[in-house]
Design a protein around this ligand. Structure first.
Ligand SMILES: C[S@@+](CC[C@H](N)C(=O)[O-])C[C@H]1O[C@@H](n2cnc3c(N)ncnc32)[C@H](O)[C@@H]1O
Length: 244
């Protein structure tokens, strides 16, 4: 996390160092990108791209039909990155200045996943079949400290937490433990009362869901207007793309 005491300097020498490092590690980086599964036509976000680093390798991998966005909090590094990308004629690359901690908003992504990934090995086929659709799954991101801790433990144990909202079908979102329908409460072994949800609202909105292949909106939920603004920074116009 970049803070005021971030250890890497923002100066010409520091701009050169990761470049040299990236060049010497290009072979290993290619293997890593292969493992991740980056392929032609993909859209990639290179968070903390610095002055370029591996952005060129990503750009070559996704090819002319793909897109890479390099994002960094340091404008000095990004100026160097833009000049570097122009020199290499990387026309499938854009750079955005910002910190990954700028907005801190929750939302859900629907995107393809790798069913062969180790994390799904312990999940019963029935649960997998009911938690996924046409090779995609919905993943809630950044939904607060409790959710973040669950995510950390889930990764540590290689066991995903698959589930639904705490409501019976078509009875609407619940923002407090005491409002949850009795059958759902009765089904729980442990009830955690975190108080009134930070995102409670009178319209009964739940999380916003975005399809990360088409960038169409699947559900307009909380923080939608702000999310539209942020996506525009990355040249993704959610309003123009419409509903999935
Ligand atoms: C070690 S450099 C890596 C550069 C490049 N990815 C590479 O492979 O050579 C880490 C970069 O992350 C950026 N960074 C650190 N904290 C950040 C944050 N919160 N949001 C965005 N960028 C951040 C720094 O400015 C720095 O350029």
């Amino acid at each position: 996390m970049r803070t005021d005491n971030y250890p890497l300097a923002s100066n010409p020498a520091e701009i050169k160092r990761p470049g040299i490092q990236a060049e010497s590690l290009a072979e290993e980086t290619a293997i890593m990108l292969g493992h991740i599964g980056v392929k032609a036509g993909d859209a990639c976000l290179d968070l903390g791209c610095g002055a370029g680093g591996i952005t060129d390798l990503l750009a070559a991998r996704v090819g002319p039909g793909g897109r890479v966005i390099g994002m960094d909090v340091d404008e000095f590094s990004l100026t160097a990155a833009r000049t570097w990308a122009e020199g290499l004629a990387l026309d499938n690359v854009d750079f955005v200045c910002g910190s990954i901690f700028d907005n801190d908003l929750p939302f859900s992504t629907v995107a393809p996943f790798r069913p062969d990934h180790e994390i799904y090995k312990k999940v019963a086929p029935f649960v997998m079949a009911n938690s996924t659709k046409v090779g995609t799954l919905d993943m809630l991101l950044n939904a607060g400290v409790f959710h973040n801790e669950m995510t950390k433990q889930s990764l540590g144990r290689m066991m995903p937490v698959l589930g639904s909202s705490a409501n019976t079908s078509l009875t609407g979102s619940k923002y407090r433990l005491e409002d949850i329908d009795q059958p759902v409460l009765d089904a729980g072994d442990i009830l955690v009362d975190g108080g009134l949800s930070k995102y409670h609202n009178d319209e009964g909105k739940s999380s916003t869901i975005i399809d990360f292949e088409s960038f169409k909106t699947i559900r307009i939920g909380v923080c939608y207007d702000k999310l539209c603004e942020i996506f525009l920074k990355f040249k993704i116009d959610l309003l123009a793309n419409g509903m999935a």
